[in-house]
Each structure stands twice: as C-alpha cells, then as structure tokens.
Design a binder for this molecule. Structure first.
Ligand SMILES: [Zn+2]
Length: 265
C-alpha cells in the first residue's frame, strides 16, 4: 500500500513565508528529491539506482586517475543507461522554477545543489553552486576550466584540455574526488552571510553540502525544510513543510509574494 503523503497546511506555509520574507540573506540547499518530479531517479533510497545496482566504488577518482583512457571509454559506452537516459530528456519542474522565481524576486541570494542534472541552470538560476558538478560539462583537473561535453573532440582518449593540454574528466564529482575549489569557495562565502536556509528535496546528510545548512543553524539562523517525508534534519528545522517540492515551493513563493505586496501597499 502506498504511504499517504502529508501536505503542509496553509498556516505552516504562511509562517515559513514570513520568516523567509523577513530574513536578510536567504540561501537554498537542494538535492535529489527536487528532481525526482522531473523523472530523474535518485541514487539512494527506494528505487534508487545505487539501491538497485550497488554503490559505485568509493575510490572512483583514484580509478579515473589510474586509467583515464578506460574511464572515458566507459563513459562513452554508458550514454543511454538508466541514469543518462532520463538526464537527457528531463525538464525543470515547478520546484526548480519556484526557486528561480525567488531569486528573480531578490529573495534568494544563492543556491547550493547536490544535483548534477543541470535543471537549476535550465530554469534560469544564476547564483548557483553545483557542488557535485554538472553532467553536461567536463572539467580540466589541471587548470579547472569547464567545457560543454559536446564541444570536446574525442579522437584521442583521454581528450586533452583545449586550454592547457591537461587531463579532462567529467565535471561530476567522483567518490574520492575533492569538490572543485571554485565551487567550494562560493558555497563558503554565501553560507557565511546566510541567516536562513531553504533545504529542499534533501535530507541534508551528505557532506560537505549538509555542513553549510548546519553551520547557518549553529550561528542562530533559521532552517526551512521542504521535503516529501520527514528526514534526518527535520528535528532541527524551524519550519518543516511536508509534500512534493514541486507543490510546496510554488505555494511558498505565492505566500512570500502576498506578504511583500501587503508590505509595500
Ligand atoms: Zn586545462
């Protein structure tokens, strides 16, 4: 039997919207739950790719470095598997668009995502750190430059960096690979300024992403959670909004708009 999904009440949405509208510097942390509604399978949990096929090796980065040519051959071979197939056709859903709207309204200053699916970019989010990379990009591990994967010639594997001849790998961060320094720097900078974090579609247990939310909370900031189910951080959240993020986030944006309209009229 399917578990009945709880829905946040209007009163809960309005209370969280008031906190967001009154905050100085709002950031958001998003994860797989946000993109499930766009047809992207999660890695963990029921129906997750890793649950079905086992976790990838924990030393994936080491394996890449030992034999980059083979890693590239593997990458080319799996272009249509269960993860890549959905990634190619996925479109942003109302949850992604709500966060882009919040940015356009001047409410959301920065977004840290654990998702590699490119959907925040596609919905027009500008202040964005893709902490685990972006599947459409490749990155030079020597100079840090990023390129669209289709712009890189594959006649020699591994392909050399067009800028520095260095080693190119997928931008998605492998197990054992350090988070790229530029991305990490942006996260640290914005988390240090934040007084409220909207945690959407993630249980915020994967580090380092989770650490940014916890850091804000420890400094006396506010955590607003939007998630389908109760999660590991629900207990420390000031506002916990239950339901699909594609529904909760647009309701939140509508409530914030109402509050701001009332304030300025
Ligand atoms: Zn390079």
């Amino acid at each position: 039997m399917e578990k009945k999904v709880e829905r946040a009440s209007d009163a809960q949405i309005i209370a969280a919207a008031r906190a967001i509208a009154g905050a100085e510097y709002v950031i958001s942390l998003t994860g797989a739950g946000l993109s499930v509604e766009s047809g992207i399978p999660p890695f963990r949990g029921p129906g997750g790719l890793w649950t079905k096929y086992g976790e990838p090796p924990m030393n994936g980065y080491q394996i890449f470095l030992e034999n980059p040519k083979k890693a590239w051959e593997d990458r080319i071979r799996r272009q249509n598997d269960e993860l890549w197939g959905p990634l190619k056709v996925a479109q942003p859903n109302p949850g992604h668009r709500a966060l882009a709207d919040l940015e356009a309204m001047g409410v959301l200053r920065f977004l840290i995502t654990q998702n590699v699916d490119d959907l925040h970019r596609q919905s027009g989010q500008n202040g964005l750190a893709e902490i685990h990379g972006n599947w459409r990009l490749v990155r030079c591990i020597d100079c840090g430059a990023r390129f669209r994967a289709e712009d890189i010639r594959l006649d020699t594997l591994p392909p050399p960096c067009p800028k520095c001849e260095g080693l190119i790998k997928s931008d998605t961060v492998a197990f054992g690979e350090p988070i790229p320094r530029d991305v990490l720097g942006h996260c640290i900078e914005h988390a240090a300024l934040a007084d409220l974090v909207i945690v959407a579609g993630t249980s915020a247990t994967v580090y380092p992403a989770a650490g940014f939310a916890l850091e804000v909370k420890q400094r006396g900031g506010v955590l607003v959670e939007a998630n389908l189910y109760e999660s590991e951080i629900t207990a420390i959240c000031d506002f916990s909004l239950r339901g699909p993020t594609g529904e909760i986030l647009p309701r939140l944006v509508a409530a914030i708009s109402d509050i701001r309209r009332a304030r300025y009229s």
